[in-house]
Ligand binder design. Structure first.
Ligand code: CA
Length: 571
């Protein structure tokens, strides 16, 4: 394999500077060639030539109906263009594309706009982070991308701003600050736009920040509603917390949710309760570790399903709910599926929040089973002060934030998987704004059932929850997934390759030349003038190197080179 463009300092500088210089000429671009992103286009985003939102469509499938690149010709994929960010931390944003305009974010809350067909730099936007010490950003200074609406681009930032930029010029249009920086909150997710509202959620579950989802008028930035994910004592679910605990109860909503236009409902994942140590907060602790169904008009919660009651293992329920129909025992359900951090793959009736099935997709010992549709946790696996346990999966989860994809053709979910367990024990903790609020000591360790294998890609039949094929990986598999009508599944690996799998069999049909770093980003695909492109960031970072214990200490992981580099491929 030839290594892709070994970066030199001079070359890195020239690429970054040329992107910055693009800002000066951006006004020369003509707004007339920017197709406005209307509500109708967002509803039909699955069929658009572009890639209009984080997971392509409101159902969060990460599936594109493009078949120019297919199982027969994927071996001929070539590099179309590339861009270096100049940043040596985690790069997680998918390229979001509208017409011939591509938007991708970098760490430290920056946006880069390029011509989608050529990679020509258009403009860059660098958010002012001078007011933040970034001390309540748990897991690297990442960003997961933009949302588009009408003629604007939206980003949520590490210092808790939501910003709207002019899509053609990159000029700021409005900015709203949700919270002061460094007191617990940060923002890393890609916003979601629904019916003229920009919807965002906050990070901060490791700092006792009380989570929420909030909506803003996309045109003006006017705040419309804010829904706490941890209810106050007088609200439904408030009685699942001990007195006063809700104030620092966590429940961060740090990943992008989905939207069901048929029932006009947002489906949003909610993170872990605070502190981690559950003996400090007896009760189910709603709506932590849950998926909540929200009315986008006013933020009201319609129903919820809790993946891990009274969580004490940091099993955030934030992983994306993917909306899909499933058929089981002769019955068809309008469902959502989610590969939960706790190691179970859930299918839930999205009309009422009832469990359809749950199946383990990794070793899972903390949640041991189900009674009347409710998860049952194993008392023996609960840590306490002076009580250390060994349980699976680790707090990094059977899957972390890296999104799955569901193919409309195979009806399989493609799941980036981590095989790890942990030791964890309780330690005394008290809340202090701006400091971690965990009450636990822990270490990520190997899953004894998977020697020399930290990861895998799994295909799961979503009608049954059973694995169809698996691709084992010595290193953790922590890139997002993309499936296409060309019969392909794309995903990047920690050792720096973009892979194309046969969606039916899992056979590797193509592997890119080795990129400049490990890949933890989210691939996307788009068409300009009928030509199909596939793009992804390389750029190792995120939670694994910081929190990964034995996994982070693995020499092959320690040796992963750093550096952000966007690669775009075509035939
Ligand atoms: Ca967490």
């Amino acid at each position: 394999m030839i290594r892709l463009s070994p970066p030199t300092a001079a070359r890195r500088r020239s690429l970054w500077l040329s992107a910055v210089a693009g800002l000066l000429t951006a006004t020369a671009a003509h707004a007339a060639d920017y197709p406005p992103v209307t509500d109708a286009r967002l509803i039909q985003a699955a069929r658009d030539d572009g890639w209009l939102m984080y997971r392509r469509d409101y159902a969060s499938t990460g599936y594109a109906p493009f078949d120019e690149i297919d199982t027969g010709n994927v071996g001929q994929l070539k590099l179309a263009y590339e861009l270096e960010s100049g940043l040596d931390v985690g790069h997680e944003s998918p390229p979001v594309v509208n017409g011939d305009y591509l938007y991708v974010t970098t760490p430290r809350s920056r946006v880069i706009a390029l011509q989608a067909s050529t990679g020509k730099p258009l403009w860059t936007y660098e958010h002012d982070l001078s007011d933040t010490g970034l001390k309540t950003v748990c897991c690297d200074v990442v960003n997961r991308g933009v949302a588009l609406y009408e003629d604007k681009v939206y980003m949520a930032t590490l210092n808790n701003d939501v910003v709207a930029l002019d899509a053609v010029s990159g000029k700021p249009v409005w900015k709203k600050k949700l919270e002061k920086p460094d007191v617990g909150y940060a923002m890393t997710l890609a916003p979601l736009v629904v019916k003229g509202k920009v919807i965002v959620g906050v990070s901060g579950g490791e700092y006792g920040a009380r989570g929420y989802v909030a909506a803003f008028d996309a045109r003006t930035g006017k705040p419309l509603w804010k829904r706490h994910t941890v209810p106050a004592p007088n609200e439904p679910g408030g009685d699942t917390w001990p007195k006063g605990a809700y104030k620092n109860g966590g429940g961060a909503a740090w990943l992008t949710g989905s939207y069901d236009p048929d029932t006009d409902t947002l489906l949003w994942g909610v993170g872990n309760p605070g502190p981690w140590l559950a003996t400090m907060r007896p009760g189910d602790n709603l709506y932590t570790d849950s998926v909540i169904a929200i009315d986008p008009a006013n933020g009201k919660i319609k129903w919820h399903y809790q993946y891990t009651p009274n969580d004490t293992w940091d099993y955030d329920g934030t992983n994306e709910p993917v909306l899909t129909d499933i058929t089981r025992d002769g019955k068809t359900y309008k469902a959502l599926v989610s590969a939960s951090r706790n190691g179970w793959f859930y299918a839930i009736d999205r009309s009422n929040g009832q469990l359809i099935y749950a199946e383990k997709f990794v070793t899972a010992t903390s949640v041991k089973g189900f009674e009347n549709g409710k998860p049952v946790t194993d008392e023996a696996m609960r840590p306490g002060i002076g009580k250390e346990v060994f349980t699976c999966p680790s707090f990094l989860g059977g899957k972390n934030w890296w999104p799955i994809s569901i193919s409309a053709d195979t009806h399989y979910a493609y799941v980036p998987t981590l095989h790890s367990c942990m030791t964890i024990k309780g330690v005394p903790v008290s809340y202090k704004a701006g400091l971690p609020y965990l009450g636990a000591q822990f270490k990520v360790m190997r899953d004894p059932a998977y020697q020399d294998q930290w990861g895998s890609v799994q295909a799961i039949d979503i009608n049954t929850g059973k694995q169809v094929w698996t691709f084992p990986s010595a290193l953790p598999w922590n890139s997002g997934m993309l499936s296409t009508a060309g019969g392909l599944v794309f995903s990047g690996s920690a050792d720096g390759y973009l892979h194309a799998f046969d969606a039916k069999t899992g056979k590797v049909l193509w592997k890119s030349p080795q990129t400049s770093s490990g890949i933890i980003g989210v691939p996307s695909t788009w068409r300009v003038g009928g030509k199909q492109y596939v793009g992804i960031w390389a750029g190792w970072g995120g939670a694994s190197p910081i929190w990964g214990g034995e996994m982070a200490e693995d020499k092959r992981v320690r040796d992963i080179p750093l550096g952000g580099h966007l690669y775009v491929f075509s035939l």
